[in-house]
Write a protein that binds this ligand. Structure first.
Ligand code: NZQ
Ligand code: ZN
Length: 392
């Protein structure tokens, strides 16, 4: 068991109509002028943005709004947001949307409060010294960004997608009304469930420092999301299933399911980030497409964890060799992905990289992790290329 620091300062306000409390919460955390960051327009169409601005108007809180945070949010919008905040003397950020709106807002917050070129943080050149305070109204359960220390931004030049982690960026509050996720296309719901499971699995498949309590939480979370993802695939308006998935999304990425471990593996995410940067695929779908190839490549180096996952999460009978049980667990998770209409290889994801493009992704991935990474198994560039090839 490793030492750990568990820091989750976000106030969670969960349930029906909780977005009505947005003005009160902004006030409570000292906001006097707000930048509302949202995405491509779903919050306009659903009427949520109007309800939010009506609440701010009624409370006398001035704001400016900035839409356009696309999936795999772009650096150019972040620069635009930073300039807008400076010009308008914004002192509080409100992200209304999914992970892309939240991550873009976090990056704007670092850029305004820390100064200099914000990309430096994502390029590992500097560490942020401050971030504007941020609140969230979540419309998509997936990334866990509403409680996490993480933000992922794509620089258009060279299509480089990078994450930056800092406790400074953890939101002050997160408003989570499961009803707000009912307008999601089924595909995005499934992508979200995949991402949520993967945030726990990245922490679960390790070769160092495991805790019984962390494992029990992780396995419970995985079973819950798996069961409720299947419910939502048939009954997308099921409030309780939406709520289970939404809360699991936050717990999956706020650090809870990694307490006591060596920090996790994270290679499926790193491999996916190259796909997202280059092909603009939905993050959760990219993870599903790559996971099976990663798992088959590494499982022998992390056999006890793969065996345990198969039995405790995927309900595989513990008969036969450990190898056989582990492989059945991998197959069972892929079968689950197919049931919720997620891809299990790059072809199903809809991309067909050339050999040159595979090499380029493997190279960028290796650079992005400083040469090597992974806990289930340490991976270098040649391993990354082998996994990309296997996922074709
Ligand atoms: O942009 P709008 O019009 O709002 O539409 C979005 C978008 O098209 C739509 N959507 C969101 N809520 C909706 C809705 N449509 C209808 N009804 C609703 N209630 O869904 C689409 C996807 O939204 P997006 O915010 O891009 O999805 P997600 O939350 O999955 O975020 C993905 C981004 O987060 C990064 C990913 O790499 C990707 O860039 N990640 C961030 C992490 C973090 N900050 O901790 C960790 C993750 O591992 C991940 O890397
Ligand atoms: Zn993720």
């Amino acid at each position: 068991m490793f030492d750990f620091n568990y820091y989750t300062p976000t106030q969670v306000v969960f349930g029906r109509n909780t977005e009505q409390r947005v003005a009160e919460l902004i006030r409570r955390f000292g906001g006097t002028k707000v930048l509302i960051q949202y995405g491509g327009g779903s919050v306009v169409r659903s009427g949520l943005l109007q309800r939010v601005t009506d609440s701010l108007d009624a409370a006398g809180i001035p704001y400016v709004a900035l839409g356009g945070a696309v999936p795999n949010p772009r650096l150019s919008l972040v620069y635009q947001g930073i300039e807008l905040c400076k010009k308008e003397h914004v002192d509080f950020l409100l992200a209304v949307g999914g992970g892309s709106a939240i991550d873009s807002a976090k990056a704007i917050g670092y850029g305004v409060a820390s100064g200099g070129d914000v990309w430096d943080f994502y390029d590992y050149k500097r560490k942020a010294t401050a971030c504007l305070p941020l609140g969230v109204i979540l419309t998509l359960a997936a990334t866990g960004s509403e409680m996490s220390d993480s933000s992922v931004i794509t620089r258009e030049e060279g299509w480089v997608k990078r994450g930056y982690n800092s406790d400074l960026g953890r939101p002050r509050f997160a408003i989570m009304n499961p009803e707000l996720t009912m307008t999601l296309p089924d595909y995005q719901t499934a992508c979200g469930c995949t991402d949520i499971m993967m945030h726990t699995m990245e922490r679960y498949f390790t070769n160092g420092g495991n805790m019984e309590i962390t494992d029990a939480i992780a396995e419970g979370l995985l079973r819950t999301v798996k069961a409720n993802a299947e419910i939502l695939a048939k009954d997308p308006k099921n409030y309780d299933a939406r709520a289970e998935v939404m809360w699991a999304g936050s717990l999956s990425h706020n650090g809870l399911t990694g307490c006591g471990s060596d920090g996790g593996d994270w290679m499926t995410h790193k491999l996916e980030h190259e796909l997202g940067g280059l092909y603009d695929v939905a993050h959760g779908a990219g993870l599903a497409a790559i996971w099976g190839s990663w798992a088959r490549y590494v499982y022998k180096n992390c056999l006890p964890r793969f065996r345990r996952f198969a039995v405790n999460v995927m309900d595989i009978e513990p008969t036969g060799s450990d190898d056989e049980i582990a492989l059945k667990g991998i197959e069972a998770l892929e079968a689950f992905f197919r049931r919720i209409h997620m891809p299990t290889n790059l072809r199903e994801l809809g991309v067909e990289p050339t050999e040159e493009e595979l090499k380029d992704m493997a190279h960028k991935c290796a650079v992005g992790v400083n040469g090597e990474k992974g806990s289930a198994r340490r991976l270098r560039e040649a391993d990354m290329l082998a996994i990309y090839r296997a996922s074709m």
